[in-house]
Design a protein around this ligand. Structure first.
Ligand SMILES: *Cc1c(COP(=O)(O)O)cnc(C)c1O
Length: 221
């Protein structure tokens, strides 16, 4: 596995404006440093403990993204440094993140995770729950949390049509929310969708941020 080469060829391939979040879960520090020395600084983890550990051991200019399910009682461990939380799936979690943002005197950027797949194992808000959050307007009063867009995971399937349809649904929701609740100049700009197996489709369907692990660092065991 040539991590440096993988990173560079992915960056060449992705259209300008699509950010690459290199997902490092289960991978050792040495592997992450290889990507870092190739000039990459955007990394993501799906567990709080691993994220914290790695953040402490790696260079401080790395932008750490939290992409996995997040429990309210663990927000405090990542609030001081996390660059973007992709996986916000409840109003309660937003409230907690806002509180921790206040404590740390920083505004924490977040994406709302939407459930678009057919699999029940995946997390995320339903379309209805998503609208409930926006309708309350409470989100406008958060001083230390900024909703920057949406995240979604497609069904794990060989059927490209299913995947494409799910990404398209998410992009449609994104557009609707943006035009109903945000101004043109707002920070609601990010659509995090696409992983190693489906990022090409995601980019075609309007992704602005792909989360890629195994294609860069190899299979996880
Ligand atoms: C692991 C993970 C990824 C990356 O998965 P790959 O298939 O290895 O690219 C992306 N998003 C989330 C939320 C993940 O947990």
């Amino acid at each position: 596995m040539d991590i440096r080469e993988n990173i560079n060829s992915l960056k060449e391939e992705l259209p300008a404006g699509v950010k690459l979040v290199a997902i490092t879960k289960t991978k050792p520090i040495e592997d992450i440093l290889q990507a870092y020395h190739a000039g990459h600084i955007i990394f993501g983890e799906n567990k709080v403990q691993e994220l914290n550990q790695k953040q402490g051991l790696l260079p401080s200019d790395i932008q750490w993204h939290m992409v996995g399910h997040l429990q309210s009682n663990k927000v405090k461990y990542i609030a001081p440094f996390v660059h973007l939380i992709h996986s916000v799936d409840s109003m309660k979690l937003l409230q907690t993140i806002n509180r921790e943002g206040i404590k740390n005197n920083r505004v924490i950027d977040c994406l709302l995770q939407v459930y678009i797949a057919l699999e029940e194992t995946k997390f995320g808000l339903s379309e209805e729950e998503l609208y409930d959050i926006f309708k309350t307007d409470e989100f406008k009063r958060f001083t230390n949390v900024r909703i920057c867009g949406l995240m979604g995971m497609a069904t794990f399937t060989e059927d490209e049509n299913v995947v494409r349809k799910e990404f398209r649904t998410l992009k449609g929701l994104f557009n609707k929310l943006k035009s109903s609740y945000f101004s043109e100049k707002s920070n609601f700009t990010e659509l995090s969708m696409g992983m190693s197996g489906d990022y090409k489709i995601a980019v075609e369907e309007g992704s602005t941020m792909v989360r890629i692990g195994s294609l860069i660092f190899g299979e996880r065991y």
